[in-house]
Design a protein. Sequence first.
Length: 233
Amino acid sequence: MRRISALAAIALLLSLQVFPLRTDPGEIKLSKFESIYYKLLPDGTISDGDAEVTIRVENPSEEEKVITVVDRVSKAHVESFNVLAGTPEPSTKEIFFDNMICIWKDLLILPASDVELRYTVSTYKPPPIAVNISYYVNGEEVQPIELEGDYYIMINSGDVLTINLTVRNLREPKYVGGEALRPPLPYSIEMRIPKNNFLEPESCPEPYMLYSLSEDWSITWIGVLEEDTLNIS
């Protein structure tokens, strides 16, 4: 019986509400980008997410602007909140129902410049994906065994282990021209496989990157999930 470490980690990059606050060329524009990292355990369980948020405030005018920025993250662990280098602490930070509300008051935006507010926070909001993982040894499906937090699978020298991963986009459809369209979901998936038990892995589809770490093989796929299910083997 040989040990299998956490075989797959999923990171999701979500573009949220990237929009101008004003349509006039000289007015303030605000955009938000959020990337969330989720870990997929060998039994198919998905961990809480670790989010990194960037709020960008642009001032294209020739005058200074002083503004207040209010941001909301749903189902966040407020105690995990941490501003990144160069970002001031919010003036106030509180929980309102299931939302964490952060307010930066009196932000000075110089003429023809921009300011970025960046922070990290963990979230228990479920990811907008459905994931299924299955294992096969020489073509026969097997189940990993959990023991004190670690996962094991019976495999002998010369056996072939196949890992199948399916991922579906669960973002709420939007109606465009009377047609329901599911918003695309950029993704990055990294799978690590222990080198002491396995030779260099093969993959379908072709990975974006495959490289050797000190103890693991690291395989990465990057793309955009739309309506079709992503199948990785």
